[in-house]
Ligand binder design. Sequence first.
Ligand SMILES: NC(=O)c1ccc[n+]([C@@H]2O[C@H](COP(=O)([O-])OP(=O)(O)OC[C@H]3O[C@@H](n4cnc5c(N)ncnc54)[C@H](OP(=O)(O)O)[C@@H]3O)[C@@H](O)[C@H]2O)c1
Length: 235
Amino acid sequence: MSKEEKVLVIGATQGTGFEVVQMLLKDNYDVRIFARNEEKARGKFGERVEIIIGDLQNGENLSEATKNCDHIIFTAGVTKRPCGEDLIIQTEFEGMKKTLQSAKENDFNGKFLFISSIGVKKSNWASKLLNFIKGNALKWRLAMEDEIRKSGFVYTIVRAGYLMNGGGGKKPIELSQTEYPLYLKYRIARKDVARIFVEALKNIEANNKTFDAVWAKEQDNLSLKEKFASLEKDS
Ligand SMILES: NC(=O)c1ccc[n+]([C@@H]2O[C@H](COP(=O)([O-])OP(=O)(O)OC[C@H]3O[C@@H](n4cnc5c(N)ncnc54)[C@H](OP(=O)(O)O)[C@@H]3O)[C@@H](O)[C@H]2O)c1
């Protein structure tokens, strides 16, 4: 895969998206970000990335953002807590639909990568609590996944465990289709998720697969490529 492909990152100004951009730049990708706050975006990245200012809530400038990009990585989400369901629907679910629609209108032909969450398929007290505090976020995250799966685009959906700032690159990573429930013991570093995304961009073995990503209990000698290959494609 060429190292000068243009990758659009939506949700780049903090958290996992920020780590994704750092890794893409290190790998010499041409990075474009879609962000709602220009000052914050410039402060983080200076002139190293192209910035399209817009907001998922109204879809403004998504068309410009998705034009002529080779791949899209979507890590955006509502950061406000607690928050109502309307904000989750508008920003996340409708924001995803508008992103996919804009990409379609721009004849997007690359890979679409998305961070979802463990717990979207299995309800427990923790997922109920999160859904209560954050506008049914897990229900809508699964609905966002479904929009991607039916979009016709090549995709990879990573259901990340509880996200940590520290510990990236230090622990073994488990990629599986276990469909873990939401528990704090299933964790992973944002940097590790970013690495999974950048590797998934390069590997066809990650195509059209949805999987959990958490820190593993035991070390193994498999590469991420081999772990992608061990997973089933979505039906
Ligand atoms: N926390 C967890 O344990 C966990 C686990 C699994 C999955 N997730 C999901 O993973 C994703 C990444 O989480 P994170 O904690 O690494 O990142 P984060 O800190 O939640 O960052 C979210 C990003 O989305 C952007 N954003 C929010 N609303 C937007 C809008 N209306 N238009 C455009 N951009 C918008 C934010 O931009 P601003 O800088 O402008 O706010 C920020 O860059 C989230 O969607 C989260 O729900 C979280």
